[in-house]
Ligand binder design. Structure first.
Ligand SMILES: C[S@@+](CC[C@H](N)C(=O)[O-])C[C@H]1O[C@@H](n2cnc3c(N)ncnc32)[C@H](O)[C@@H]1O
Length: 372
């Protein structure tokens, strides 16, 4: 294969020039030569050795061991890869054995070829789907199957997060692995509250989706004594039931014996605001999670009566907020607690990085004490 020989100190400069002009070949990596020079593999389209663009650096033929493919593009038509280098997907999301990718309009017609190349590169992927955006009341993504390894196009799959397994279905239920750190933080908060109270917690997660937060909490020994979990989306509820049943079944105490049964213990397909309407649920919860980011803050007043009184409890939730109204939203959370005569012991309202740039994805955590 034809290579460009350059002084090793200039390798980066020549690599960048070749990449910018699509003159380098992906078939091989840079080869170190014996004379303090490096050899950059060239594509057939690169100019001849006599071209002034090379500043007199010589070309040479090297026999190279073909590089093992390390990227799906290595299995994609190289001319199309060069022609559409800007439009072809640079990232994708994986949920279990499903890969979800946004396909730009310009390369729509190559969707199946892209998906085939991805299946070739990624042996653990069964199904590649195009992400057509969020739809409907439950803000679920519309997915279009592009290629399947075994002919099945079901989007139900199982993921492992922080050590626990969860059934998910990206075409029917919201789930974001990007929030897994938030689940780690929720667990840390819950452990602090358990230490503070000196006893395990009753947790309420009324917008639970498939139940990832409960995955984190129920996997911790002697942390949870009871739980109220639910979701309004029937598809989410079906998976939530499966996940909670599995999580509860594998709970062990500190001696490795099956844990004592949870009480209260309820998994429901219902509107979050329905939980406090049942008298038996009022004043039963130590840790309340509110994860309906476009509406969390306005839902808080309807949910607070679930919390126990005359002791420290925690309200933890997530909200998407215009940057300019963050202080107002903070006051709104404060007011919903103080209007009940509650005392705020600790309050944080922090941005979760890595989400929308125009709005802020915020996490609020309030340690509070409500009067009886
Ligand atoms: C942003 S998702 C959060 C899901 C889950 N907590 C997670 O972290 O993956 C919000 C969830 O709330 C559910 N939902 C929407 N409106 C609801 C309501 N009024 N009551 C209960 N659940 C609701 C949706 O179906 C969705 O699963």
């Amino acid at each position: 294969m034809r290579h460009l020989s350059v002084p090793s100190a200039q390798t980066q400069h020549w690599l960048e020039l070749c990449r910018a002009n699509h003159w380098n070949s992906n078939q091989a990596g840079v080869t170190r030569l014996e004379d303090g020079r490096n050899a950059i593999p060239l594509a057939d389209t690169a100019p001849n050795e006599s071209d002034p663009v090379w500043s007199g650096n010589p070309h040479l033929e090297l026999v190279i061991q073909p590089k093992a493919p390390s990227h799906w593009l290595d299995h994609f038509d190289s001319e199309l890869a060069a022609k559409y280098s800007e439009a072809l997907p640079r990232s994708y999301e994986v949920q279990g054995d499903i890969l979800i990718v946004k396909i730009e309009d310009e390369v729509q017609e190559y969707g199946e070829m892209i998906a085939d190349a991805m299946l070739t590169q990624l042996p653990n992927i069964r199904l590649v789907c195009a992400d057509l955006g969020v739809k409907g009341e439950y803000r679920v993504r519309e997915l279009q199957p592009l290629a399947s390894r075994d002919g099945t196009v079901s989007t139900r799959t199982r993921i492992k997060e922080n050590g626990y397994l969860l059934w998910v279905d990206p075409s029917a239920v919201y789930f974001s692995s990007r929030l897994s750190n938030e689940r780690v933080e929720t667990l840390a908060t819950a452990k602090q509250l358990r230490s503070h109270l000196g006893q395990p917690l009753v947790v309420c997660d009324p917008y639970a989706g498939v139940g990832p937060s409960m995955g984190a909490l129920l996997s911790e020994i002697d942390l949870v004594s009871g739980c109220l979990v639910g979701d309004l989306n029937p598809d989410a509820y079906a998976l939530l039931e499966l996940n909670i049943e599995h999580l509860v079944r594998r709970r062990k105490d500190s001696k490795g014996n099956p844990s004592t049964p949870l009480f209260p213990m309820e998994v429901a397909c219902c509107d979050a605001k329905a939980w406090p309407l049942e008298v038996k649920n009022v004043g039963t919860v130590d840790l309340l999670l509110v994860n309906l980011p476009h509406h969390s803050i306005e839902h808080i007043p309807a949910l607070l009566s679930l919390l126990k009184t005359d002791q420290t409890t925690i309200l933890r939730g997530w909200a998407i907020v215009e940057r300019s109204v963050i202080p107002e939203k903070e006051i709104e959370i404060h007011d919903s607690i103080s209007s009940l005569g509650g005392v705020i012991e600790k309050f944080t309202f922090n941005e979760v990085k890595g989400f929308s740039t125009t709005k802020s994805f915020m996490c609020f955590e309030v340690w509070l004490n409500l009067p009886a």
